[in-house]
Design a protein around this ligand. Structure first.
Ligand code: EPS
Length: 404
């Protein structure tokens, strides 16, 4: 089994992550991790902080000559803004105690954080609850993405909507119809969406979204949105129906929901099927020249908690950022007076970044189940295990299910 921890405060010295359980001999270049860290920082509507933090991960341990050793891997991302925060966030005795923050922002972890951890300064909880932590998570989970690539699994994403502005065309239709080109890869979605400042496919939608973000900025407001994350090449058989905590769908929902500001996760046609007859909600099984196949992929690649071999399709809803420049009502915890919430430097929109984070997080979840099924001490051993399984699967069921 693989696991990882992250540590670090948003305005602290650095973020770190330790990853444990990876097989040896997986090729990984530092630049590969940094490319994905950079992608997380793209997108129109982010605040000033992103310009100060050109995130790069330093490999501290666990990798030698660009290959994993099988030992714990430690990555570190320095916070470039640390020099401006040393007095505020020092682990030692501050020269001068900074003023305490006592006005919680609704929608952030401020009020619940200070209440639960018995703090009288909101700074103690906001720095860890900040979405800055996702930089460490993307670094860790990019290791999982690299592992999956060895087995032909490819993950990508695109933004469906921001502030309620949807595209003219329905880009998810082909995914659900199971009518994608034979060589379509999840990454193809990102290859295209990365070229847009808001990670959408249509120029006219992009223009409308940018205008709406500009309006939000002018009003001191923020926006949320929805996005799709898709993984192709996932073989039939990850996850299980035998126990609730072994279901792939449940793990994906939990992990995606753990990303800051995510409020909803849908697998396949999810909420849509709740309004439909069963006859148009499921995926008919057919038999073509390669064996068993499906006429559609409304299930989003998972049935009974097990991957079906079709693309995994996850749709996510992100709420608007909680820090508002035109704040809403709150209570000062010191005076107990009702007042307007605090203004603070923040992003106006982070939906494009969230979509990139979801790619990393989905990669980790899939790698966890993949290693559970095909695990070995080295990548070579894993490949043997994988080949043995898919060859039998091809003979028994079908050559169709994305098996390499
Ligand atoms: C965040 C507030 C902003 C964001 C930050 C998340 O930071 P600051 O308060 O320093 O301006 O930029 O996101 C990141 C730093 C990042 O790397 O994603 C928050 O309060 O959640």
């Amino acid at each position: 089994m693989i696991r990882y921890l992250t540590s670090g405060e948003s305005h602290g010295k650095a973020l770190t992550t330790i990853i444990e359980g990876f097989p040896s001999n997986l090729k990984i270049e530092n630049e590969y991790i940094n490319t994905h860290l950079k992608r997380r920082q793209m997108g129109y509507g982010r605040g000033a902080r992103m310009k100060m933090e050109p995130d790069t991960a330093e490999i501290i341990s666990g990798i030698r000559f660009q290959k994993t050793l099988g030992s714990p891997i430690c990555l570190r991302i320095d916070n470039k803004d640390w020099e401006n925060w040393t007095d505020i966030m020092t682990s030692g005795k501050p020269k001068e105690k900074p003023e305490k923050i006592t006005i919680p922002r609704p929608g952030h972890a401020d009020l619940v954080g200070v209440s639960k951890y018995n703090f009288d300064d909101i700074r103690n909880s906001i720095d860890r609850s900040s979405a800055r932590e996702t930089a460490a998570r993307v670094a860790a989970c990019t290791m999982a993405r690299r592992l999956l690539e060895e087995f032909g699994i490819s993950v990508g994403s695109f933004v469906e909507s921001i502030g309620g502005i949807y595209p003219a065309r329905n880009y998810s239709k082909k995914l659900f119809d199971n009518s994608l080109d034979k060589d379509f890869k999840g990454w193809d979605l990102s290859d295209k969406s990365d070229k847009s400042d808001v990670r959408v496919f249509e120029k006219s939608q992009e223009e409308k979204i940018i205008k709406k973000i500009q309006l939000a900025k002018k009003k001191g407001d923020t926006l949320g949105g929805t996005f799709y994350t898709v993984a192709t090449g996932v073989p039939l058989g990850l996850g299980s129906f035998v126990h609730f905590d072994r279901k792939l769908s449940a793990a994906i929902a939990r992990d995606i929901m753990s990303i800051n500001a995510v409020k909803g996760v849908e697998i396949g046609k999810g909420f849509d099927t709740a309004e439909q007859f069963g006859s148009v909600s499921h995926d008919e099984i057919c038999n073509d020249e390669n064996g068993i196949s499906r006429r559609s992929n409304r299930a989003g690649g998972i049935e009974g908690g097990i991957s079906t071999g079709l693309p995994i399709i996850v749709r996510t809803a992100m709420k608007p950022i909680a820090t508002l420049m035109s704040p809403i009502g709150t209570v000062d915890l010191k005076s107990m007076d009702e007042m307007e919430s605090r203004r603070e430097r923040s992003d106006f929109v982070a939906v494009p970044a969230c979509a990139v984070i979801s790619e990393a997080v989905l990669s980790w979840t899939l790698a966890e189940f993949f290693i559970e099924k095909f695990g070995g001490d080295s990548i070579e051993e894993m490949k043997d295990n994988y080949k043995n399984y898919v060859n039998k699967l091809k003979k028994r069921v079908s050559k169709n299910f994305n098996v390499k």
